[in-house]
Design a protein around this ligand. Sequence first.
Ligand SMILES: [Zn+2]
Length: 153
Amino acid sequence: MPRPRRHRHIRSSFDYDYWRPCATCLEDRGEVVMKMEEMESIRLKDHLGMDQREAADLMKVSQPTFHRILSEARRKIGYALVCGKALRIHGGTYEMAMTQARKFQCYDCQHAWEVPYGTGRPENCPDCGSVNIHRAEGDRGYTRAGSGRHDMQ
Ligand SMILES: [Zn+2]
């Protein structure tokens, strides 16, 4: 029986979710899908220069697991570079370790704002004072118990 897959902790979202070589702008050579945790492993180990133990701790995985994730990430990057593939950063099994804010939006004036976790739900819109407010779409995936779960696709 397979063990349930533990979620890897990720501390940053990335500025982009698609990377592609300019030379193939006119010619689609296909893409490689890189999981979020794989991108995170590259960020921690290769970009920030952390040692493996530190990086594994941050992602809440064992060192062998971290090594596997990192190896897979490097394999995909190598494949994309050598073969001119695009990289799509998408999916995986992870949760955002640090979601700093909840987003709310006002139904009346459409003002949108963020409220830090642990401060309770706001009573009304800071812009127009309306009580007609709701959690902004796109924020909800990170708010349930076991928050921010994204399954592999
Ligand atoms: Zn408002």
